[in-house]
Design a protein around this ligand. Structure first.
Ligand SMILES: NC(=O)c1ccc[n+]([C@@H]2O[C@H](COP(=O)([O-])OP(=O)(O)OC[C@H]3O[C@@H](n4cnc5c(N)ncnc54)[C@H](O)[C@@H]3O)[C@@H](O)[C@H]2O)c1
Ligand SMILES: O=C(O)[C@H](O)COP(=O)(O)O
Length: 334
């Protein structure tokens, strides 16, 4: 029976500035915040606030120490849970916008700003929620915090890999349900199995290093990765189809771009090694959820662990994957 584990663990940014989360160190976080300020200083003399201070609009939860640092240089407006119309209104008096992954910085936002928006800061890695083409057209800089959560994401990928192989979530649910099902929940071994890392960048290579420590053979698919870097880590770079044919486990770490959208679709699942296990800590959109549901049903994929969803939080009703748990899934605290 195919298994599906879902996580909505958010393990870095809100507490990050206080140095209490899974980030490499609070110092790294402070540097990240300084980087934002440096960019703001450079890009924004003659800001929109009285006295020429730049106005920084923050639309998602950030750590307080980071916000305090920004206040030394800028007028900071924190406005959470804006509708697209409200964002388009607020952006008119902003010189800079800081977002995480939930705010969609669409062309309409740049149009509403009408050239007045100088920088979008992404407090995190993925910039798939920012229309980079529109930003370029409007002369707006887009910056991110490229290493802020590399280790946290890699550790979470490994946590899901182990949990998936050893049925940890199912065993926990079973015990909580008053059952004793040790025979049913043995799981599979990772040692000598092949992990296919899809996207051998910062997170992918950290996952690869840790997986080698678990005794796994690691292959990677990444059209832009360096052979030398892979070889130095004992990782073989392979084509997409080769990875699909050889991987016992797949760990996805590519960015969401037009080229990677729904990269794991019916075609890919038709070629995947039967009974493979798939972990996605990248972006929901790189997997076609309907295709994954079909692959789980057919046994082409034995199990999947998902940290990310195309829409977050996902709508439970009618969702091809989460809908399976509709009766037990409680999103009250999402
Ligand atoms: N779950 C989370 O909370 C979390 C945390 C951090 C990052 N992420 C996601 O993970 C992604 C990767 O992060 P990173 O820091 O490793 O980025 P990165 O840029 O260091 O690595 C991404 C790698 O993907 C490769 N790539 C691009 N197109 C590809 C394709 N078609 N097939 C295979 N590989 C391809 C790139 O060459 C690059 O090496 C981010 O873009 C973000 O969306 C998620
Ligand atoms: O791309 C990222 O950095 C991660 O997905 C975290 O983003 P979020 O915490 O803003 O969702």
């Amino acid at each position: 029976m195919a298994e599906l584990a879902l996580t909505v663990i958010k393990y870095y940014l809100p507490e990050a500035a206080a140095g209490t989360d899974g980030c490499p160190s609070s110092q790294a976080r402070a540097i990240t915040n300084k980087r934002f300020i440096t960019v703001n200083r450079g890009a924004m003399s003659g800001g929109k606030a009285p006295g020429g201070k730049p106005v920084v609009l923050i639309t998602e939860k950030l750590g307080d120490p980071g916000i305090e640092m920004l206040k030394e240089t800028a007028e900071v407006v924190v406005a959470l849970n804006l509708t697209p119309d409200q964002l388009n209104e607020q952006i008119k008096r902003a010189d800079a916008l800081i977002v995480r992954s939930a705010t969609k910085v669409t062309r309409a936002v740049f149009e509403a700003a009408n050239g007045g928006l100088k920088v979008v800061g992404r407090a995190g890695v993925g910039v798939d929620n920012v229309d980079l083409g529109a930003a370029t057209e409007y002369g707006c800089l887009v910056v991110n915090a490229p290493t802020a959560n590399t280790v946290a994401a890699a550790e979470h990928g490994i946590a899901l890999l182990c949990a998936l192989a050893r049925n940890v979530a199912q065993a926990d649910a079973s015990m909580r349900g008053g059952k004793w099902e040790r025979g049913k929940l043995v799981g599979v071994s990772m040692v000598d199995k092949t992990l296919a890392v899809m996207g051998f960048g910062k997170v992918g290579s950290e996952v690869a290093r840790r997986a080698r420590g678990l005794g796994m053979t690691v292959i990677a698919h990444d059209p832009y990765a360096s052979e030398d870097k892979a070889r130095a880590q004992g990782v073989q770079l392979v084509s997409f189809d080769d990875a699909l044919a050889r991987g016992d486990f797949f760990s996805l770490h590519m960015p969401l771009t037009p080229g990677t959208k729904k990269m794991f679709n019916d075609d890919a699942f038709a070629k995947i090694k039967k009974g493979a296990r798939v972990i996605n800590v990248a972006r929901g959109g790189v997997i076609d959820d309907d295709a994954l549901a079909r692959a789980l049903d057919s046994g082409a994929v034995a199990a999947a662990a998902l940290d990310v969803f195309e829409e977050e939080p996902p709508k439970v009703e009618g969702h091809p994957l989460i809908g399976r748990f509709a009766e037990t899934f409680d999103c009250a605290n999402c």
